[in-house]
Ligand binder design. Structure first.
Ligand code: BYC
Length: 326
């Protein structure tokens, strides 16, 4: 778990030698990447394990709402695209779990934490996907919000996390476009299709704004994560950017954002927007979202159903190892 004697000593005694800490901070300040074998403060390592594993869990749980629509996609083309997108999310989780393992975390422990409800995952995936338009809204808004958050993470201070983000962002960008294209088709279709698109936007808008996390003055982790350059922008900065980019996209396809207080502010060069319902957000964080229970049940069932695959893969690897040794 610990790659150098100094790391081990520092972790065991909780004493972080001042010169190591100073060197670490200087490297972060110089925008150098911190790599797995480098010394790092315990709290930095723990913060990364928390954020990266929760990010991985979000990708895994995020496969569920869209997975529900693979068999019901309205055409073969839509089905093939959705299948590829959901597979991409599984891949993102794998890169992120692997990157988290470089910090000394065991994958089984991370997965246990998800299944026992100890670890969080994004609140957004505790909302149901009621119509096909929700698949458009998820791609456009949820993946759109994810990109807004993840593009800066390509320059996060921990090397393996930053590099995982490069590939993830390329794929998320395709996901966002496929979602917007679904919304464009629906908004330009029959009156009923346009109504579906508007209804999906109405239901997904506010939960998408919540994805960026609590407001800055109520975000316990932000200040330290910004200092360590784990986070490169604050929750509120990213939320504002998302609103500014997304509102014109809604207007371009004739949909309206469900916020009576939304107004362009000429002086700021940004939109003013209404208050997010933070009570709803905290309830979802506590696992009380509309379909939170179903999501965790589906996740645990998938894990149990997949036991034979993991057993077979382990047996196969052992056989290969034994053959090579012989
Ligand atoms: N949901 O101090 P804060 C995807 C928690 S997947 C749940 O601001 P931080 C996709 C937070 O964890 C996208 N919990 O925290 C997949 C903290 O509690 P803990 C997922 C939330 O970490 C499939 C507490 O609230 N993206 O796009 O500085 C299909 C206080 O918050 C949420 C990532 O994970 C939330 N929304 O900032 C389609 C990005 N927000 O952990 C799409 C990586 C906050 O102390 N993560 N909490 O117990 C991050 O950038 C940061 O962790 C956050 C939160 C901005 C999310």
């Amino acid at each position: 778990m610990y790659t150098t004697e100094l790391q081990k000593q520092a972790a065991v005694t909780s004493v972080e030698p001042a010169e190591l800490l100073a060197a670490f901070e200087a490297r972060v300040a110089a925008d150098e990447f911190i790599e797995p074998k480098d010394w790092m403060p315990e709290a930095y390592r723990r913060t990364l394990i928390r954020q990266m594993s929760q990010h991985a869990h979000s990708e895994v749980v995020g496969m569920l709402p869209e997975g529900n629509w693979i068999t019901r996609a309205p055409s073969l083309r839509r089905k093939a695209v959705l299948l590829a997108k959901v597979q991409d999310e599984g891949g993102h989780a794998l890169y992120l779990y692997s990157a988290t393992e470089t910090l000394g975390a065991a994958r089984d422990d991370l997965i246990d934490a998800l299944h026992s409800g100890k670890a969080k995952y994004s609140t957004i995936f505790n909302y149901p996907t009621l119509t096909w338009a929700d698949i458009g809204a998820i791609g456009w808004l949820v993946d759109g919000a994810a990109i807004m958050n993840q593009v800066p993470l390509q320059r996060t201070s921990y090397g393996p996390y930053a590099r995982a983000m490069v590939r993830i962002c390329k794929e998320e960008s395709f996901h966002q476009r496929q979602g917007y294209e679904i919304m464009m088709a629906l908004a330009g279709g029959t009156a009923e299709q346009k109504r579906m698109a508007q209804d999906a936007l109405n239901r997904w808008w506010w939960p998408s704004l919540m994805m960026f996390g609590p407001p800055d003055d109520n975000s316990p982790n932000s200040a330290q994560s910004m200092r360590w350059r784990i986070k490169r922008d604050t929750n509120d900065q990213l939320r504002q950017k998302f609103v500014d980019i997304t509102v014109p996209q809604a207007e371009a396809i004739g949909l309206s954002v469900p916020d009576p207080d939304l107004k362009w502010n000429e002086a700021r060069g940004q939109y003013d927007f209404g208050a997010v319902d933070w009570e709803e957000f905290y309830a979802a964080v506590r696992g009380e979202g509309p379909v939170a229970r179903e999501r965790m049940q589906a996740r645990r069932k998938a894990w149990d159903d997949g036991a034979w695959v993991r057993d077979a893969a382990t047996a196969h690897a052992e056989k290969q190892r034994a053959r090579q040794a012989a």
